[in-house]
Design a protein around this ligand. Structure first.
Ligand SMILES: [Zn+2]
Length: 366
């Protein structure tokens, strides 16, 4: 089994939380887990040139972890919800900001590469690892979770055959059962309502095309590209066609975070999706669980079902497993070890030990 370690150096705009001792911790984690490479980011202030030099001496590749359609601040053009509201993230703090930018806006598509050129281009990275390549989830509320409806995005959906006038009328209904997926198709969903089915397909196509453009900008700079994608039960609902995205990348890391009660964590996204849909006339109940053949999306059996689908993809897949313990991530050494064992028994490439191998929990547990 192949392993990559992921390390967090602090939020984008605050001070770096990284010290020289962290390079020793990173090298020690690489050694303990026999990792082939490291993903590190995204604060601009960490000593990346020293880190990449130290890791290159050990023949390890280093990827810069970079957000794309969120986090990049003042220059980003915010997404617009279907009610016309400018997107504001419900979760935002010193380390993370879950406000989402419009994924079709050219300024936003160019922002990650511009940010790279400004802060990281001479730091010796072998590749980039692109995060937040999606629309907002229901963690930011119902309207945000429906995606971007700025003029550019509406025009895109129309070109893909979605009658936006009819869509707005549908969304005005008090009962919105049409938002419940009808069937699982690969790792995506189909919807009984033809208009909604087309809309979800168009949303995913838009994200894939934009991510392909962002990836191409980094390849032009001689860099490899990894992608941080959502766990399969949620990915398509927020614009990620995992199979198509895999075609743009050297590797992908589905964040199958089964014990994380924060954005991208399975329990968190499932709870917010159910609550927000229910509050807006759509009782999704246990439909996703039923489609994935489980009664719990965080369960071992559902994890195995996801790995079986992911093993069919045309690029290397590393399942993200949370190894750092926080007040919203109740990981344990047993959970990590069992998860790694399950991945070993599957046909995917391996694991990314996420999202911070520098945490004391990792240092003390292995
Ligand atoms: Zn838009």
């Amino acid at each position: 089994m192949r392993t990559i370690v992921q390390a967090f150096t602090g939020g984008l705009y605050g001070p770096a939380s990284y010290t020289d001792r962290d390079t020793e911790k990173l090298i020690s984690a690489i050694d303990r887990f026999s990792a082939e490479s490291a993903i590190i980011g995204w604060n601009a202030g960490a000593p990346y040139d020293k880190i990449t030099s130290a890791l290159h001496e050990l023949k390890k590749e280093v990827f810069l972890w970079l957000p794309v359609f969120s986090e990049l601040g003042g220059e980003a053009v915010a997404a617009v919800d279907f009610l016309g509201g400018k997107h504001v993230g419900a979760v935002s703090g010193a380390d993370d900001d879950f406000t989402f930018a419009c994924p079709s806006e050219p300024v936003n598509i160019g922002l990650a590469a511009a940010h790279f050129d400004r802060h990281f281009k001479d730091c010796g990275f072998d590749g980039v690892f692109l995060d937040k390549i999606r629309f907002s989830t229901f963690g930011n509320g119902f309207a945000s979770g429906m995606g971007c409806y700025c003029k550019r995005c509406r025009d895109y959906y129309s070109q893909e055959g979605v009658d936006m006038g009819k869509f707005m009328k549908l969304m005005g209904h008090s009962s919105k059962g049409f938002l419940i997926p009808e069937a699982l198709h690969g790792m995506g969903y189909t919807f009984e309502n033809a208009l909604i089915d087309k809309l979800f397909r168009a949303r995913a196509k838009l994200i894939t095309e934009s991510v392909a453009k962002v990836a191409a900008m980094f390849r032009q700079r001689g860099l490899k590209v990894g992608l941080d994608v959502f766990a399969p039960p949620f990915a398509y609902l927020f614009g990620q066609d995992t199979e198509a995205l895999a075609g743009c990348a050297d590797f992908i890391k589905p964040m199958i975070y089964r014990v994380t009660d924060a954005p991208a964590g399975v329990p968190y996204e499932a709870r917010h999706m159910k609550a927000e849909l229910a509050a807006n006339g759509c009782s999704i109940g246990d439909r996703l669980e039923a489609l994935w053949g489980t009664d719990d999306l965080s369960s071992e059996e559902c994890f195995r079902a996801q790995l079986a689908q992911l093993a069919k993809l045309p690029c290397r897949v590393y399942s993200g497993v949370e190894v750092n313990k926080t007040d919203f991530c109740a990981t344990t050494a047993e959970y990590v070890e069992e998860t790694i064992k399950t991945v070993k028994e599957s046909n995917i490439a391996g694991c990314v030990l996420s999202w911070n191998v520098l945490s004391e929990f990792v240092v003390c547990s292995w």
